[in-house]
Ligand binder design. Structure first.
Ligand SMILES: Cc1cc2nc3c(=O)[nH]c(=O)nc-3n(C[C@H](O)[C@H](O)[C@H](O)COP(=O)(O)OP(=O)(O)OC[C@H]3O[C@@H](n4cnc5c(N)ncnc54)[C@H](O)[C@@H]3O)c2cc1C
Length: 427
């Protein structure tokens, strides 16, 4: 789905493959995966490598979801730091979860290397930039916990962060060298290419309308009339989750993330702004995140309005944020504006559901899904192959719709407005 006022920077090469491959009608396959984003494709690739017959179907083209639209920041970890995870999940599961969280960026970069994916990337770290003393303290706490585990991380002084970002207004920050940046559409397309090469059938433009069970076999029906039969169905629809599984859409709050990209920077500006190519997120309540693209543009994103955008003015808050950080960019053209949907859960963790045997759903990327969903897909594939729940980093949980879900969007919009005001006071 390409909306009129959404013009992403990431483009598929004209020669990109279209995927129209379905198993013969009537054949029962091991796994049908609904959703061909990073989650669905990583699960499919790894499941095929484990010997399973896998069909992926997507309502649109591969990369039309968040996976092909995102900021391309590959950041390990979860919202929570190691101590919190240990406290809440106990020593055994907590430790496994910390190790999983630590490994998610490695999983992406190892996949790029081992599978020979044609994906532009820079692996030089992610900076969490602090603009208040409170944020600096949080960074020091995070640094202590990850350093104790041998992670390649360190605190940055105000001078260091100014040199590394070229941006104004930070008191210091935290550098996580495990992270990096990629072209997310190239990554998603390349995942599809290698999954297909590994035997996965992938069919685009197959909008799944119904999933039912008959005599222990799952039936997946698409709007096109295609009918698929499978032992297992995996819903990897994330923020696009509709009514396929009762209650599932009500377990997440879909939010819009908006992005802008400047014209390519001049060589002088490129030498001052992120000269080493790190990704950055700042510490504001309504944070902005930014990086340089392979063709030398500055790409900056942040939360956007919940209604569909009407025109360039709906990205104006990001242009203001850009100039606050980089006044020298006052004359630069903003050449691209686009947005996509992220799925948040109330506990800020991804959820794995299996409401009936052979029917799995994975939702809740929390806006950090490149590493998370790639690594989780690998684990889901191991679970599908072995049936061993110990393969899963997160416990399987019941589908629990958020109370008053229909009113949640109003609450989110009000909270965003309030946080923006608090952020403005802290400038
Ligand atoms: C603007 C933006 C910026 C982001 N920036 C970052 C970032 O810098 N770093 C990071 O790690 N993460 C980022 N994210 C989050 C990241 O993109 C997601 O976590 C990740 O892509 C989720 O992958 P997914 O496969 O679960 O979902 P998606 O990529 O959304 O895939 C879901 C797929 O399901 C399909 N689908 C839905 N319903 C049906 C149906 N009924 N039948 C068939 N198909 C169906 C959709 O067409 C879609 O292709 C960002 C997200 C956005 C939107």
């Amino acid at each position: 789905m390409r909306l009129r006022f959404s013009d992403p920077i990431w483009q598929k090469p004209r020669t990109a493959t279209a995927f129209q491959s379905l198993f013969p009608a009537g054949r029962r396959v091991d796994v049908v995966i609904v959703g061909g984003g990073i989650m669905g494709l990583s699960t499919a690739l790894h499941a095929a490598r484990l010997g399973l017959a896998v069909q992926v179907v997507d309502a649109g083209e591969i990369g039309n979801g968040a996976s092909g639209l995102n900021g391309g920041q590959v950041i390990p970890g979860l919202k929570y730091d190691p101590d919190w995870l240990l406290e809440h999940f106990g020593p055994e599961r907590g430790e496994a979860l910390v190790n999983f969280a630590a490994s998610t960026a490695d999983t992406v970069f190892e996949l790029i290397r081992d599978e020979g994916l044609a994906v532009p990337f820079v692996r030089n770290g992610w900076i969490q930039a602090a603009h208040t003393e409170t944020a600096l303290k949080a960074a020091a706490n995070r640094d202590r916990q990850w350093r104790a585990r041998g992670a390649d991380v360190r605190l940055l002084s105000a001078t260091e962060i100014a040199t590394m970002t070229g941006a104004q207004g930070y008191l210091g920050g935290w550098l996580d060298r495990r992270a990096g940046v990629i072209d997310p559409l190239a990554y998603t397309s390349e995942l599809a290419r290698v999954a297909a090469a590994a035997g996965v059938k992938i069919a685009e433009r197959q909008n799944v309308m119904q999933i039912s069970k008959d005599a222990g076999i799952w039936h997946v029906s698409a709007e096109s009339g295609a009918e698929l039969k499978a032992k297992v169905v995996v819903l990897a629809t994330n923020a696009c989750t509709g009514g396929l599984l009762p209650g599932l859409a009500e377990t997440i709050v879909p939010l819009h993330s908006f992005q802008i990209a400047t014209a390519p920077l001049s060589s002088n500006l490129a030498a001052e702004i992120l000269p080493e190519g790190q990704a950055v997120s700042d510490s504001r309540r309504i944070l902005v995140y930014y990086r340089k693209s392979a063709d030398g543009r500055l790409v900056l994103g942040g939360r956007g309005r919940m209604a569909l955008p009407n025109g360039p003015a709906d990205w104006a808050h990001l242009e203001r944020a850009l100039l606050r950080l980089y006044p020298a960019l006052s004359d630069i053209a903003i050449e691209k504006r686009w947005f996509g949907r992220v799925a948040m859960t109330p506990d800020h963790l991804p959820h794995i559901h299996e409401p009936e045997k052979g029917l799995l759903a994975v939702v809740g990327c929390q806006g950090r899904g490149i590493g998370l969903m790639t690594a989780l897909g690998e684990r889901i594939a191991s679970y599908l192959s072995s049936g061993d729940t110990r393969q899963l980093p997160f416990p399987i949980s019941p589908i629990r719709p958020i109370p008053f879900h229909a009113f949640r969007q109003v609450g989110v919009a009000a909270t965003i407005a309030w946080y923006r005001m608090l952020d403005a006071f802290e400038r």
